[in-house]
Write a protein that binds this ligand. Structure first.
Ligand SMILES: [Zn+2]
Length: 147
């Protein structure tokens, strides 16, 4: 049984996989809160379910509670980065030059608990899925701009 905090932590962890504009769907994937999949692994499961079912969106649930829904658009946006690869998107087909993209900036979040200094980085900001500090009892992090 996943606690509300555990569910919120998973929602933050997988936030970049979810599409806030996802249409309602009756297709879903259940994940095990005791053994949550890696982001690339969950992305692959969502992709397989989207391809196999022809659904427009696939909901991700933990213990029956919806975390969010992935769509082809969110997976495409992550393509090449979710797998944790350092290879730039398009390098396989020589679509872009090697090196860091100049089109994106990392958003920096900082823990608000005094003296903590915890940081997290995201590629986009969704106020519903701000990163949480990993320290017990600390609150959601605060957006401090981009780097
Ligand atoms: Zn903290």
């Amino acid at each position: 049984m996943a606690s509300p905090q555990g569910i919120e932590r998973l929602r933050v962890k997988y936030g970049e996989l979810f599409d806030p504009d996802a249409p309602a769907t009756d297709h879903w994937i259940e994940i095990d809160p005791a053994k949550p999949p890696s982001i690339p692994s969950l992305a692959a499961k969502i992709a397989a379910e989207l391809d196999g079912s022809g659904a427009a969106a696939v909901e991700v649930r933990v213990a029956g509670t919806a975390l969010g829904a992935g769509t082809r658009a969110t997976l495409d946006a992550l393509d090449g980065t979710a797998a944790g690869e350092s290879t730039p998107v398009g390098s396989g087909d020589r679509a872009s030059l090697a090196g860091e993209s100049t089109q994106f900036r990392a958003l920096r979040y900082v823990c608000r608990t005094p003296g903590c200094g915890g940081e997290a980085f995201r590629s986009f900001h969704d106020p519903r899925f701000v990163p949480a500090c990993g320290q017990t009892g600390h609150q959601a992090m605060e957006l401090r701009g981009w780097i």
